[in-house]
Ligand binder design. Sequence first.
Ligand code: GSH
Length: 252
Amino acid sequence: MQLVIGNKNYSSWSMRPWVLMKQLGLPFEEVKLRFDFSPGSPFRQAVARLSPAGQVPVLVDDGGHAVWDSLAIIETLAEADAAVWPAERRARARARSVVAEMHSGFSALRSHCPMNIEARLPEVGARVWAEQAAVRGDVGRIEALFAEALQASGGPFLFGSFSAADAMYAPVCMRFVSYALPVSGLTLAYMQRIAAAPGVAAWIADALAEADFFGEDEPYRTARTPHGLSTPHTPHTPHTLAVPGTPETPPG
Ligand SMILES: N[C@@H](CCC(=O)N[C@@H](CS)C(=O)NCC(=O)O)C(=O)O
């Protein structure tokens, strides 16, 4: 089984099935294609051989059969491992709902705060927060669904143990950190648990070790900041999650 992905610093859709497979212990070979969306690029050519949709992630089984789109990959994984979704019927239905909501929505947050794990852009986040009501709306809805799921399940993850829902929202947590969006203590504590989950921590460490600067996903910078580049990469410690005005809450 292969999972074809893009740059770990930027590719939020690739992150979702990757962290889910790691968290569930599903074996796979990672095939990473460096982002280059120009026509005929090695990225374009390699993806076109696998998927008519032309996007990553793509899951390729041992017979060479490809499944594309993060949600289709998640459902394919669920056929092999029931732990992808919560066991209880209503929780499973709710998890599917919030996963679908992420897959088809939150376009304001996604466009104004593109995933950029390595970046720390609190000033940009403050400006976006002040100017973009739709981003505030997206974050409010996400915080509400986090709170509802965590309250119903008792945590530590949205539906108890790590599921597709947590994988789907892991890149959102990365955005909240990079742009220092002003979220609640409950959300911060969940973000810390997400960042510390071994599969997520491994993805973050790999993202920080990358050196690529991909302009199409960098509306706010012209170069990557130095940390994690020129110096040897040190083991990842969970992000500093302190957001101005919001008390840092320990995991729990
Ligand atoms: N709906 C798709 C979205 C995938 C997607 O947008 N992938 C990006 C990288 S994160 C990509 O391959 N972009 C290349 C392009 O759109 O040409 C999914 O859920 O997998």
